[in-house]
Structures are given as C-alpha cells and as structure tokens.
Write a protein that binds this ligand. Structure first.
Ligand code: C2E
Ligand code: CA
Ligand code: CA
Ligand code: CA
Length: 279
C-alpha cells in the first residue's frame, strides 16, 4: 500500500483492500478467460507399476493470463469456487478431456482412462449426473474411459445422497477416485460404504517415503486399506527412482509424478505414449 496507516489497524485494512481489489480484478480476468477460451488442458500420465505402461492421464487445467503469464490452479481454482465460475470451468474441463481421450482412441492409440478433477460445487449440482452423462454422449467417449476425482471431504457431507450419486456413476461404468487421500477426515466406515474404485495417496506422504518412518507406515497402511476394500491405489508426486522402487515393492498399483512426466500439452503426451510403446 502507498499510504501508511496511523496505526496497525488501518494499515492492515489498506492491505486487505488491496488484496481484495486484486482478487476482484483476477476474478474479472477469469470471467474473460472463460469467454475467450484462454484455458489450456494439460495431461499427466499415470503408469501401471507392473507393466510400466501408460494406462491413464490426469487432466489439469492451466490458465495463461494475458499479462501475468501462467497462474497456478492452486490460486485461481479457489477463486472460481468462490465466484461460481467453477461450474462453467468444470464443464469445459470435462468436455475437453473427454473429447481429447476420444480423439486419441480414434487416432489408434491404446485406450487410456482419463481422470478429471471435480469440485464439490459441481458434485452438488442438481443436474450433475445428467451433465456428466450428456458430455459422454456428446463426445462419444465410453463411460469406462472416464474417471472422476473427488476429495475426501465429499464423504463428510450428506453421506446418503453422496452414496446415491456415486452408485449411479458406478452403474454407468464411470470410475471414481478419492484424491489427496490421507489429508482429510473421512472415516473408514464411510469409505467402506462409498462405491469408489481408487485411492490416490497424497504427494505429501510420498515425498519422504524412504526417509520418514511415519510416512512409510502411512503409505503402507493406505495400500493395504485400499486392497482390503478391493480398491486400486495410485501414488502421486513420485519424483525419484527410490520412491518408485518402494511403491513397487509394497504393491502400489499405479504411479503419477515427475519421475514419469510433469503434466504436458496433448501433443507432448502423444510423444510420451509413443516412447513407452517403443520402449
Ligand atoms: P491435484 O489434483 O492434487 O493435482 C496434483 C498436482 O500435483 C498438480 O498440480 C500436478 O502438476 C502436481 N504434480 C504432479 N506430479 C508432481 C510431482 O512429481 N511433484 C510435485 N511436487 N508435484 C506434482 P497443479 O496442476 O498445479 O494443480 C493443483 C491443484 O489444482 C490440483 O491438485 C487440483 O486440486 C486443482 N486442479 C487442477 N486442475 C483442476 C481442474 O481442472 N478442476 C478442478 N476442480 N481442480 C483442478
Ligand atoms: Ca487430482
Ligand atoms: Ca491429488
Ligand atoms: Ca494435493
């Protein structure tokens, strides 16, 4: 702030005003970006631990701001959730991801499953299920090539209703995974009742897997828990060969992380797929 307040309170206030002005202006830009199609979708490969093949991708949104360059989704997703733009944005992500996956299949690539992140807002929409099914129909993608990622907090909320929705998705053939698993508070009793296919171990546990015994134990427990509940388990944020070796030895099904590749544009993803097929 240019003005300095006479006391701490006004100073703090000015600071707050600037922050909220910035937020407002970023919110406006976000709106324009939606209108002008300024978002990009990147894809991060998911690799089967046993075969080493790319069997899936997670779609991750990118925003290239005209002046500020790339802005992290960690910054603009919460904003979009606050101002409601997340609904339109989420629809764009879902449609683009399904279209891209279908285009890859049509081009003759080995079919993969595409994971799409869902915000709570989307999940709670009245027409949520219809809108997912309609997008599949319009893009021609088969349901079993789509996976939806929800966070643990989804289970905290109106559990019966959540189970109902997840059941419909399950019956339609759509996979659901629980993202950032281990960071929330979902009770095991809820988890047991949720028709979900996959647990994604949060990268904060993977980071020190070979260093911190607590993390070693947590990761092992999650893998065991997932398999006990007949779920798959994916480790995210895998960056080193040592982490990979540990996860392989302990029966983790899939990995995702910089060790394989960061999220990349569609064209680069195709190169990765060709590389792993050729070995
Ligand atoms: P997330 O769903 O947990 O996604 C994983 C994040 O970890 C991504 O960050 C990814 O780029 C990053 N990552 C992947 N591998 C590694 C690794 O080996 N090491 C490290 N340090 N990081 C890795 P990104 O793309 O910046 O996204 C951040 C968060 O923003 C996502 O966390 C997700 O919650 C949200 N997000 C991103 N795209 C979407 C979207 O289309 N819709 C919604 N609702 N949320 C999204
Ligand atoms: Ca995710
Ligand atoms: Ca995650
Ligand atoms: Ca995370």
């Amino acid at each position: 702030t240019k003005q300095t307040g006479r006391n701490g309170y006004t100073f703090y206030n000015n600071e707050m005003n600037e922050k909220s002005r910035e937020k407002l202006s970023l919110g406006n830009d976000l709106h324009k970006a939606l209108l002008h199609d300024n978002f990009l979708l990147y894809y991060q490969p998911q690799v089967d631990v046993q075969s080493g093949q790319i069997i899936g991708a997670e779609a991750l949104i990118r925003w290239k701001h005209p002046e500020k360059g790339f802005i992290s989704p960690a910054e603009f997703i919460p904003l979009a959730e606050e101002n409601g733009l997340i609904l339109q944005m989420g629809e764009w992500v879902l449609r683009t991801a399904c279209q891209q996956n279908k285009a890859w299949q049509d081009a003759g690539y080995e079919p993969i499953r595409m994971s799409v992140n869902l915000s709570m807002h989307q999940f709670q929409q009245k027409n949520f299920i219809e809108s997912i099914l309609r997008t599949l129909e319009e893009t021609g993608l088969q349901a079993n090539y789509l996976e939806l990622e929800v966070t643990e907090s989804i289970a905290m909320y109106d559990i019966e209703n959540v189970i109902k929705k997840l059941d419909i998705l399950d019956k339609a053939g759509i996979h659901v995974s629980v993202d950032d698993f281990g960071t929330g508070y979902s009770s095991l009793n809820y988890l047991r009742r949720l028709p979900v296919h996959t647990l994604k171990i949060d990268q904060s546990f993977v980071r020190d897997i070979n260093i911190d015994w607590d993390d070693t134990a947590i990761v092992n427990s999650i893998i065991t828990l997932a398999h006990t509940l007949r779920m798959n388990v994916v480790a995210e944020g895998v960056e080193t060969q040592e982490q990979f070796a540990f996860l392989k030895e302990h029966g983790c099904d899939r990995i995702q992380g910089y060790l394989v590749s960061p999220p990349v544009p569609a064209g680069q993803f195709e190169q990765l797929v060709k590389k792993t097929v050729e070995g």
